[in-house]
Design a protein around this ligand. Structure first.
Ligand code: FAD
Length: 556
């Protein structure tokens, strides 16, 4: 196979122009069979915008083509494809999976396809019923603590931007496998090659239903409203699970993929002495800007029909802590993502079209166990999150609390409010682009795009003061890259506390807990951070379990 890299074309190019370029690089007269491996946006010369491609080509007489072509851009490589280690299992062992988020769902999908007839237990409801409960919560404030933005089929990312990029390296081919399953189950094909693939909550909704159908057709079983309330353990080995405090289900292989919000489940695991430890995570706020401001900074124009709403990714180091943007949702909505009464957490979501008027992102600050305890109690991070979420609930009187950055800044850094970071020798409160031309301001009356009720409140009272100050300094640092980012009218909403798991459920190099037969998996267990990486971890655990069962390996 030949791989062409750094193939650059204006974003307005046609298919014929792309093929012409492939022929030119390979010095061929006929277009060979090709697959787009990767497509990214090159905006270094904005407003002139380009796509940059990597293309895999299957050419006849490949060696000769390779000798003749422009080799600065072409490499000869082996084609590698993902293979699951077992197919057509016909035995009786049925693995049990706890949690139907991406980790559990993909684990179940792979095991079902290979013939294992797995049982998937999910505390929440099917995605259809869950969507009604979430809508009701956003419209009325009535929360179902078992069916919400965190719990139910599809897991925490169901009401999300559906960003599918991951920083996890894909030597194993699992990343591509995840994306190809998404495509097979209804996602658009472009996610296979877009540098920042995304499908939005609306597409995800259908993909999850289709994945369920495939699992059931392959002999798997999915049980909703089935919360695992205890693990059954004998002589250090798992023997089954207890469901809803009354039913028991026997199993020798249990995948534990409960996500980062199953606090009662973490407490039950602690009682059962399942080895866990506190881990660093990050907390902060959602910030909203007019999407036009971001488009202008990234693409040099207010709107671009081909590229849609522009994303951003920003990082800073403030007083030894990392401050960074996270889970950015172009053209998105901030959502009330709470799962406990009297507590409030926010997150971000968008539809496939990313067409709301605002861009939102979490701006978060890293913290480690020494920030919220003595490092000994595995659940100290959970207690810290809860306290922040309680304060957020109070700040908005049960609604999402919102504050303008100017007011927030004055409360946490009094007197410094007008001393803004210098950008190109000018006052950073006046947004300028890199050529010094005035960009758009964030209008003073710019309003939020939020799913759920909201109210202006003291967001600055939610985090410890030191973290709030780091937040402001991080925002000001970001305005060097995106002028206007720290304008006084920018909206701040709280609290962003569920960025990743505050706990790690320990597992060895073969993915197994000290409790034999128990396989901690996904984000809640501390082995993933996002939809795709959780799904990849689910596949990894499925491979391990399938291999052990099919090849008759005893638990050690
Ligand atoms: P989860 O998705 O949390 O799934 C765990 C499942 O286990 C849940 O369905 C839960 O109900 C169930 N469960 C818990 N306890 C039990 C029990 N005791 N018994 C039975 N079932 C149980 N990531 C991205 O990559 N891109 C995004 O755009 C993105 N946007 C997000 C937007 C929002 C609003 C949220 C909340 C998260 C977002 N994330 C995003 C993060 C992403 O959703 C998570 O990283 C991912 O879902 C983790 O997958 P998981 O399977 O490990 O856990």
């Amino acid at each position: 196979m030949l791989r062409i890299s750094q193939l650059k074309l204006p974003i307005t190019h046609t298919k014929e122009e792309l093929e012409q370029k492939i022929r030119k690089v390979l010095r061929l007269s006929k277009t060979p069979s090709y697959t787009i491996l990767r497509r990214s946006v090159d905006a270094r010369k904005k407003p002139e915008l380009f796509f940059q491609y990597s293309i895999d080509v299957e050419a006849e007489k490949e060696d000769q083509v390779y000798k003749r072509c422009d080799r600065k851009q072409v490499m000869q490589m082996e084609r590698s494809e993902y293979h699951f280690p077992v197919q057509g299992y016909q035995g009786k062992e049925r693995p049990v999976i706890i949690g139907a988020g991406p980790a559990g769902l993909f684990c179940c999908y792979m095991l079902a396809e290979a013939g294992f007839k797995p049982v998937l237990l999910e505390r929440g409801k099917s995605v259809e019923e869950r969507t009604c409960d979430v809508r009701k919560f956003w419209e009325t404030g009535v929360l179902d603590t078992e069916s919400n933005v965190q719990f139910g089929e599809g897991g925490a990312g169901t009401f999300s931007d559906g960003k599918l990029n991951t920083l996890v390296k894909d030597k194993s081919g699992r990343n591509r496998k995840v994306l190809s399953i998404f495509v097979r189950e209804g996602a658009p094909e472009e996610i296979l090659y877009d540098y920042k693939p995304h499908i939005g909550t609306d597409v995800l909704y259908h993909v999850i239903q289709n994945m369920r159908k495939t699992i059931l057709e392959n002999g798997g079983e999915i049980r909703f409203q089935s919360k695992v309330t205890d693990l059954l353990i004998e002589n250090g080995m798992i023997t089954g699970v207890e469901i809803n405090n009354h039913e028991t289900l026997k199993a020798s292989y249990v995948v534990l993929a409960p996500g980062h919000s199953a606090r009662d489940t973490f407490a039950a695991l602690q009682k059962k002495k399942v080895p866990m430890e506190p881990k660093p995570f990050a907390v902060g706020f959602r910030v909203e800007h007019p999407q036009k401001l971001i488009n202008h900074a990234q693409y040099g124009m207010d709107e671009n029909e081909i590229l849609g709403s522009a994303p951003y990714k920003l990082t800073a180091s403030v007083g030894g802590r990392g401050v960074y943007s996270f889970c950015m949702c172009p053209g998105g909505y901030v959502v009330n993502a709470s799962s406990e009464e009297g507590h409030l957490a926010v997150n971000g979501m968008s539809y496939y079209k990313r067409d709301s008027k605002n861009a939102n992102s979490a701006v978060i600050i890293t913290i480690d166990p020494s920030d919220y305890g003595d490092g000994t109690d595995p659940l100290s991070g959970v207690a810290f999150q809860r306290e922040l979420e309680r304060r957020a609930y109070l700040a908005g009187n049960g609604r999402v609390p919102v504050e303008r950055l100017g007011t927030f800044r004055e409360a946490v850094l009094p007197g410094e409010a007008d001393e803004k970071t210098d950008v190109s020798g000018t006052d950073a409160s006046q947004p300028f682009d890199r050529k010094g031309k005035c960009a758009e301001h964030v209008p003073p009356d710019f309003s939020p795009c939020i799913k759920g009720a909201w109210a202006f409140g003291k967001v600055h009272d939610i985090l410890p003061k030191e973290l709030s100050r780091d937040f402001v300094r991080g925002m000001e640092d970001f305005s060097r890259v995106i002028p206007g980012f720290s304008d006084s009218s920018v909206l701040i909403e709280g609290v962003e506390s569920r960025t990743s798991s505050p706990v790690r459920i320990l597992r060895d190099e073969r993915l197994e807990s000290d409790i034999r037969g128990l396989f901690p998996c996904g984000e809640g267990a501390g082995y993933a951070g996002g939809i795709t990486s959780a799904a990849m971890d689910g596949i990894k655990v499925a491979e391990e379990i399938a291999g052990r069962i099919a090849y008759g390996e005893q638990k050690q």
